[in-house]
Ligand binder design. Structure first.
Ligand SMILES: [Zn+2]
Length: 231
């Protein structure tokens, strides 16, 4: 089944089967898009101070990204983790897209000064993509694109090495793991461009730094980074 057909099938199922809240498993009301109202209210917003702290910690020294934005703080065991997990592993395409729309609106509101010509999702390796069926970051990027009116593309930046799952690695191991992990398919599309890199969660920043490094090496003028959550 092509990914397009899978996508249609999945969104049709969303309509036929009763939708449940990934945060607490209650049945969602028609007005509740992805989380129930209670879980939605439980999400902890990422304040500017959180974002600045994260930027200082992981991005100031490398100077590879110009700006950072994130909507929520990632909390283990909480609704945000369950939501991102359900997006990733239960293939909730429409939730990923919707979170992207929210992120797009937040970017217009809180990062109106950012000027970018292209939105790129942090890619998954081909093997991982086949395993999982879709790249959640791509749907988040599409959601942002639909709001801010800037093109997104999943075909420019790709992962050349298969990297093991990051969750059980420490910071140094993660860094090594992602170094040299990215490649550019056609440099001409990013030359002198300002790029918005998008991922679901930004944890140590090593993935974003590695991807931004490759983009800049191939002529990108500046790179901004945005995510649903900050870990
Ligand atoms: Zn809930």
């Amino acid at each position: 089944m092509s990914s397009f057909v899978k996508e249609i099938a999945s969104s049709t199922l969303d309509v036929i089967l009763p939708r449940t809240c990934p945060g607490c498993s209650v049945k969602l009301l028609p007005t509740e898009k992805i989380l129930c109202v209670d879980c939605l209210n439980d999400l902890t917003p990422a304040h500017e101070s959180n974002i600045t702290e994260e930027f200082t910690k992981h991005f100031e020294e490398t100077k590879l990204i110009t700006g950072l934005f994130s909507m929520f703080l990632f909390e283990k065991g909480e609704a945000i983790q369950k939501l991102l997990f359900s997006i990733k592993y239960e293939r909730r395409f429409s939730s990923a897209f919707y979170m992207g729309e929210l992120l797009g609106e937040a970017l217009l509101q809180y990062r109106a000064e950012w000027e970018y010509d292209l939105i790129l999702p942090v890619p998954l390796h081909k093997v991982r993509l086949i395993e999982r069926g879709f790249n959640q970051a791509n749907y988040i990027a599409k959601g942002i694109s639909s709001i801010v009116g800037v093109k997104s593309s999943k075909d420019i930046l790709y992962r050349k090495r298969y990297t093991d799952t990051q969750t059980k690695k420490d910071k140094e191991e993660r860094k090594k793991n992602v170094q040299d992990a990215f490649k550019i398919k056609s440099a001409i599309e990013i030359e002198n461009k300002n790029i918005l890199l998008v991922d679901d969660v930004i944890t140590t920043g090593s993935t974003i730094n590695a991807a931004a490094g490759v983009l800049k090496l191939h002529g990108a003028s500046s790179v901004f980074a945005a995510s649903i959550a900050l870990a």
